[in-house]
Design a protein around this ligand. Structure first.
Ligand code: ZN
Ligand code: ZN
Length: 307
């Protein structure tokens, strides 16, 4: 199943000509997940040609304007487009009240239900059949969370000869076993999927830090991630400012990715002072080679791992 990450907004704090405010979009086969929701996100979605009617969840890292002000506009656009399907929003304490206030003062009605989940603690905050989303506390100037999208392992490779040897007739029962379900044969024998499948295959993992200084426990939280999308607001020479404002520098982000043994690092939340982000890339690559700087509308395809 293909999975694609689209960077809808990659600026830090203020938008620039080239960068919109933070939003990282994860497009799966039948669902969309979005991490943070900067102003004007619905226009970025139009430009990226992603839909407004699909099953969707939004995860807000923290209650700073550049990360949440896109929500009211997005909800309103969706209502004008007559969205019917439920929208789920996860975020720190305060997100519910914020959305209620906006809806009350702007008096806009919605055509679809909005389910708001305030996140109070770390760990699994959302569980679906084939993935979970986990939260870890970030280290910014206000409390907030980093999120990890973790795909569950997929059933291993199917061996038809093993199924035949065990007397499982080809057809529906094979398909059940391939999906990791037990089956019962007409003679009463129960066949477990492990008997005909290879070892489970690893799922994919994507970590989004939101605004943060490097934080403790990151290596474990992001361990083995296919993709780490990390705050990299200021370059290494502005380390003190990054510390003061609760952000990270490229080499800090790179060290975190390295410690977590991540496969790829994307730097984002780029300060408006960098018209050219080459400096940030150079600093990060000294520590972690497989780094890129996010650009608006950059897309990364995440193929299924083979083993
Ligand atoms: Zn921010
Ligand atoms: Zn912030």
């Amino acid at each position: 199943m293909s999975m694609r990450v689209i960077f809808l907004g990659t600026a830090g704090s203020v938008p620039t000509q080239a960068r919109s405010l933070p939003a990282v979009f994860l497009k799966r086969q039948n669902e969309q997940l979005m991490f943070d929701c900067g102003e004007g996100v619905q226009r970025q979605m139009v430009k990226a040609k992603v839909g407004f009617h699909k099953k969707m969840k939004i995860f807000i890292s923290h209650m700073h304007g550049d990360h949440v002000l896109g929500l009211p506009g997005l909800l309103q656009t969706m209502a004008l487009m007559d969205r019917q399907r439920k929208l789920e929003i996860y975020g720190p304490e305060g997100i519910k009240q914020f959305l209620e206030w906006v809806r009350e003062s702007l008096q806009f009605g919605l055509t679809f239900p909005v389910e708001i989940h305030e996140v109070y603690d770390v760990g699994v905050i959302c569980e679906e059949k084939d993935y979970t989303v986990e939260a870890a506390r970030s280290n910014h100037v206000v409390s907030g969370f980093a999120y990890a999208f973790v795909e569950k392992p997929r059933p291993g490779k199917f061996y038809p000869e093993k199924a035949r040897a065990l007397g499982v007739p080809e057809g529906e029962l094979w398909s059940k076993l391939q999906h990791g379900d037990k089956v019962k044969l007409s003679n009463g024998l129960v066949i477990s999927p492990e008997a005909v499948l290879g070892l489970p295959r690893k799922g994919r993992k994507i970590v989004y830090t939101g605004d943060t200084r490097p934080f403790r426990g990151f290596a474990k939280f992001a361990a083995g991630a296919d993709l780490v999308v990390h705050d990299s607001t200021f370059d290494d020479a502005l380390g003190e400012k990054a510390e003061l404002d609760g952000h990270s520098t490229p080499s800090q982000a790179a060290q975190q990715a390295k410690r977590a043994k991540a496969k790829k690092l994307v730097l984002t939340h780029i300060s408006a002072r960098y018209a050219d982000a080459g400096l940030l890339l150079e600093q990060a690559r000294k520590v972690f080679k497989n780094t890129v700087v996010a650009e608006d509308f950059m897309e990364l395809e995440l193929p299924l791992p083979h083993s």
